[in-house]
Design a protein around this ligand. Structure first.
Ligand code: B12
Length: 456
């Protein structure tokens, strides 16, 4: 009889204003579980579905799961996912409870926060800390079921090799049927860009993806077994390789997969042809534009040539509007170095997208910068303070008990805002006005697509 692996997504304890209940699936846990199902009985416990629930009740759910699974006699390993920094305090609370309940059963911790901040864990809360992708290390642990080591060990997981689609048990992947709704799947791992607000630069340029035909086969199988309405791609940069993307979209059309799709990509790597194919394949595409100020594009390291970047992005949005491809544009205001003038530059650029009459198909989502460990913005805090006068009020916000959104966003982007701090959030009402204008110009076709996408 194989042993049991208990995989836990810890609660988000202080994210009430941040954490929306919108994670339909967890591709990270589905992938980890799918890679070891032949070696272990896997049980997944999600404690982060709603933010701000009382800790006592959440820990009682751990007690119940442990008892139902047969306790230390059956459970060979507990995996705790410290996926974002918002999970950190919950991860520690859960790890302590597991230690109390299960004594010598080892704990493995992984996730983006654990990767960035391994020093946030010690032997009291963790036996193995996996940095980066967890599939291969977890498989090793579930093959050998080792006893607890004498001290916490760090394992480098690298980038999961997606050359073999059979590495994941797709038949039992994530959630099925009605509960699947939007099913999250990753066609690739890694991203070669170096944006300063992202953790990818720390991972290096390693990249791995399924071949076009393997990916299409996976989707066809998921349609048969899971009946999802939407496939959401978890790739950090969907379609980074043009040849792959063209082949994939051709295949989706050829196989007439009965699905809607969502992905996140860059506006400067598109072409009219690709946008038209996205439309024919029923995609909603989100573009991380992040800024429309050349100065800020350089400060964020968003593009080597900010002017060309913005020229290409403009073409993309104009074409997407013209052909009725529903898309999102994501902006991060108040990144270190931002000044009132650069905010206005971005706003004027976005306003000009609606200057000519004609249909619109975009939705604008603006957020204020928040500090995340493991990103270049975090490692460059001292440099940014020197260059721009950036002040980060709570650089270790995830360790504090308080409103995490307020703590993480308490950043003065540059000295130019001193005395004008109240203006840092003014982009929010501007963002609403833009969406009211753009959405008043949606065609009936775009409206119908939105309803199919969000409601079914
Ligand atoms: C897709 C994505 C999303 C999707 C959700 C996907 C999902 N999982 O449900 C959306 C767009 C909804 C999203 C939202 C947010 N996201 Co996000 N997201 C990503 C992205 C691009 C890919 C994540 C992914 O699913 N990858 C594929 C899966 C298979 O792998 P994975 O997540 O990388 O997990 C692997 C490892 O972490 C590890 N691992 C994870 N858990 C465990 C547990 C164990 C035991 C082990 C051994 C290993 C392990 O193994 C996993 C499999 O290889 C990453 C950036 C990136 N480049 O990876 C950011 C990222 C994870 N997001 C991030 C953040 C902050 C958020 C938000 C909080 C941001 C916001 N604007 O508010 C919200 C959360 C809101 C919410 N309620 O979900 C940050 C986290 C950084 C941090 N220190 O906190 C990242 C890293 C982006 C960044 N800035 O660099 N996100």
């Amino acid at each position: 009889m194989p042993k049991t692996l208990l995989l836990i997504s810890p609660p988000v304890l202080f994210g009430q204003r941040w954490w929306a209940n919108r994670i339909a699936n967890k591709p990270h846990l589905a992938s980890l579980a799918g890679h070891v199902r032949d070696l272990a009985r896997v049980h997944t416990l999600e404690l982060d579905l709603v933010a701000g629930e009382a800790l006592g009740g959440l820990l009682a759910a751990v007690d119940e799961a442990v008892a139902a699974l047969g306790g230390a006699k059956e459970i060979g390993l507990v995996g705790i996912s410290c996926w974002t920094s918002l999970h950190y305090l919950g991860a520690i609370a859960v790890a302590r409870r597991v230690r109390e309940l299960l004594g010598d059963v080892p704990i493995v911790v992984g996730g983006h926060h654990a990767t960035a901040m391994p020093g946030d864990f010690d032997h009291a809360t963790c036996d193995w800390l996996v940095r980066n992708d967890g599939e291969a290390p977890l498989r090793r642990l579930c093959s050998e079921w080792p006893a607890r080591p004498a001290a916490m060990q760090i394992i480098e997981g690298g980038v999961f090799d997606q050359s073999n689609p059979d590495g994941i048990d797709w038949a039992n992947y994530g959630r099925k049927g009605e509960r699947a709704g939007a099913l999250w799947v990753g066609t690739s791992r890694g991203c070669a860009f170096q944006c300063h607000f992202c953790v990818e630069p720390e991972r290096g340029a390693s990249y791995s993806r399924y071949s076009v035909e393997a990916q299409l086969d996976i989707l066809e199988r998921l349609v048969a077994t899971h009946a999802p309405r939407v496939i959401a791609f978890s790739d950090p940069l969907f379609g980074a390789n043009r040849r792959w993307l063209e082949g994939f979209l051709d295949g989706v059309e050829r196989r007439a997969l009965p699905l809607l799709f969502w992905c996140e990509t860059r506006a400067d790597i598109m072409s009219r042809e690709i946008l038209e194919r996205f439309k024919r394949c029923h995609f909603m595409v989100d573009f991380g534009l992040d800024t429309a100020s050349e100065t800020m594009a350089a400060r964020m390291q968003k593009a080597a040539q900010p002017r060309t970047y913005l020229e290409r992005a403009r073409e993309t949005f104009e074409q997407a509007n013209a052909i009725g491809l529903h898309h999102g544009i994501y902006i991060v205001f108040n990144f270190p170095g931002e000044a009132p003038e650069t905010v206005r530059e971005t706003q004027a650029w976005l306003e000009s997208l609606a200057a000519a009459p004609g249909p619109m198909a975009g939705w604008l989502s603006c957020q204020t910068f928040f500090m995340l460990p493991g990103t270049p913005a975090w490692t460059r805090m001292a440099t940014n303070a020197q260059l721009y006068g950036t002040e980060v009020a709570h650089p270790d916000w995830w360790r504090r008990e308080g409103d995490h959104y307020a703590l993480a966003t308490a950043v003065l982007p540059s000295a130019a805002w001193r005395g004008r701090e109240h203006e840092l959030g003014a982009f929010q009402s501007w963002n609403q006005a833009i969406n009211a204008l753009w959405s008043s110009r949606y065609t009936p076709e775009v409206m119908a697509f939105r309803t199919r996408f969000y409601v079914g």
